[in-house]
Design a protein around this ligand. Structure first.
Ligand SMILES: *Cc1c(COP(=O)(O)O)cnc(C)c1O
Length: 541
């Protein structure tokens, strides 16, 4: 099959400001010049709501607010155009330096110093790989983009190491002085990544609720051993839904919020719809491509496939935005587990959440409502907010919606949707290890399996970049079972050691050290005591 190049195929539509001021925006990529020109005199990228009735705001405000007052999600008013080679100059740029290049036009109200400072701190020694997000080239035309060398061994670190630093800078510009309290309900991974990201952030405190007895022992240890003066965690007697419902109630309790505000606190969330979590993810698709070119695997400008194991649609949306900015990609492959609501959406144009929910071996992708899809719908509709409002209302009221045939054509021109069940996922782990000598986690394996299905179905042999979202050590039990090992009766640390022996790589230091760290956060509360637990953490009565 001939590779098509989607980024060329997008006609420059009226009302689509993506190519409005490419020359102007490219000025801002010249080092040092953006600060010199002064932002006020020039119209820069702002953030608009997907639901159309909230005012456009600068990126700092969008990161502080998280969600727009019309309940829409903030999207960039324009897309900068980078072409396929945004990183000029010497080939030895660090990940942090390359991230600054990509982030600058998206975050124009941050100064060069703020962006440089934030990226250097986010993508430095706290990543176990000096390349931050290295690619590993397999023998079958696939390169794996490893996004999990951060402190929590999952890809959420790529965003959550940077976003708190951006938020701190954004808060400094606010007239009113208050301390932001980030509240998180977690089923395991996000809580730790948020704690680790916000630990030590200026002007911010973070408190995480997790289900008592409802997370893995590694995940519990990761949270309760978290260091930092501004962090706290509390187990809730209940399941994840109880914790999440409790957090939502705290957010909507206006009397409680007034009380917090009288003590100088303002609640906020760090969930994956915040622009501050999405923007950092655009960068690694460009660095991954850059690394493929440097390794001689693709020619500069040659289109590739990108495959992303998907849950809330954040990671793959960032790839879509990279394509809109000029990254040469012929096909974007959206891989789901048994919760295949996105596969069906891409194949039929119908999004239907009325279905059974499955717990799988790739728990971070067990999602039936992919919040960030709303941002793609906005683009597919030609940026028509009223269509987005209608679909989101239908999703809430009747549980499903259907996009129009034109939008579906455009969706299918770029996206391929597929899914892998548990058997296929475990077979992919074993196959990649035996045939390619590469050990991957269960989430990445869903992507690998779907990528192979795509190649078989279409015959398309274009080189592929597969986003790898977690370290195999983090999901050690399922990975060992995929390799045919008996895991019964062994504790987490025995499993880590066994995996290390098999793959010949050391146990990630941050996981190994959990065995010896003191437990700092031992609070447990009932479902209706979560506000009290929060007050105790903030030391208010
Ligand atoms: C969060 C997560 C995903 C899903 O990413 P989305 O941006 O929600 O699509 C996939 N794999 C792992 C390991 C994750 O933690």
């Amino acid at each position: 099959m001939e590779a098509r190049c989607f980024f060329r195929a997008i006609p420059p539509k009226a009302g689509l400001p993506g190519r409005e001021k490419p020359d102007l925006l490219s000025i801002f990529r010249l080092p040092g010049l953006s600060g010199y020109l002064g932002y006020d005199s020039i119209h820069l990228m702002e953030y608009i709501s997907t639901r159309g009735s909230a005012p456009a705001i600068p990126s700092k405000k969008a990161i502080i607010k998280g969600i727009a007052e019309d309940n829409g999600l903030y999207v960039p008013s324009t897309f900068p155009s980078f072409g396929s080679a945004p990183f000029e100059g010497p080939q030895n740029k660090t990940y942090a330096e390359r991230a600054v290049v990509i982030l600058t036009p998206f975050l124009p109200d941050f100064t060069d110093a703020e962006l440089n400072n934030a990226c250097r701190a986010a993508y430095g020694k706290n990543f176990e790989s000096p390349q931050t997000a290295p690619i590993k080239i397999l023998g079958d035309g696939t390169a794996v983009l490893e996004l999990w060398h951060g402190p929590t061994q999952a890809f959420k670190d790529m965003a959550l190491q940077l976003m708190p630093r951006l938020l701190s800078f954004a808060l400094k510009g606010e007239k009113e002085r208050y301390e932001v309290v980030i509240l998180v309900a977690t089923s395991g991974d996000t809580g730790k990544a948020a704690l680790e990201g916000f630990a030590g952030a200026e002007g911010v405190r973070i408190f995480v609720f997790y289900p008592h007895g409802g997370v893995s022992e590694i995940q519990r240890l990761q949270m309760v051993t978290q260091r930092g003066k501004n962090v706290g965690a509390c187990a809730v007697k209940g399941n994840f839904d109880d914790a999440q419902t409790g957090v939502k109630q705290i957010f909507s309790d206006s009397a409680f919020n007034r009380k917090l505000s009288s003590h100088g606190f303002q609640l906020s969330s760090a969930n994956s719809i915040n622009w501050g979590r999405l923007a950092p993810q655009v960068a690694y698709y460009f660095t991954g491509y850059d690394d493929l070119v440097a390794a001689g695997r693709v020619r500069q400008g040659q289109p590739i496939l990108i495959c992303v194991p998907t849950g809330n649609f954040g990671n793959i949306l960032a790839a879509y935005y990279a394509i809109r900015c000029g990254l040469p990609v012929s096909r974007l492959i959206c891989a789901s587990n048994r919760n295949r609501v996105l596969t069906e959406f891409i194949r039929t144009g119908v999004y239907d959440r009325r279905r059974e929910f499955f717990k799988t071996e790739s728990p971070s992708m067990d999602i039936l409502i992919s919040s960030n899809l709303e941002r793609l719908l906005f683009e597919l509709s030609g940026r028509k907010a009223d269509a987005v409002v209608r679909w989101m209302k239908e999703l809430g009221v009747q549980g499903w919606y259907k996009i129009d045939p034109r939008g579906l054509d455009e969706l299918q021109e770029l996206f391929y949707g597929g899914f892998a069940d548990q058997k296929e996922t475990l077979a992919a782990i074993r196959g990649a290890f035996e045939q390619q000598g590469y050990l991957m986690d269960t989430h990445t394996a869903v992507g690998y399996s779907v990528l192979h299905k795509y190649r078989q179905e279409t015959g398309d042999q274009t080189p592929a970049l597969l986003a790898s979202t977690a370290s195999p050590f983090k999901f050690n039990q399922a990975v060992l079972e995929a390799l045919g090992r008996d895991t019964s009766g062994k504790d987490e640390f025995a499993l880590l050691d066994e995996l290390s022996t098999i793959c010949g790589q050391p146990v990630p230091a941050k996981l190994a050290e959990l065995k010896s760290l003191p437990e700092r956060h031992n609070a447990v509360c009932a479902r209706d005591e979560m506000d009290r637990a929060l007050c105790q953490f903030l030391r208010i009565t």
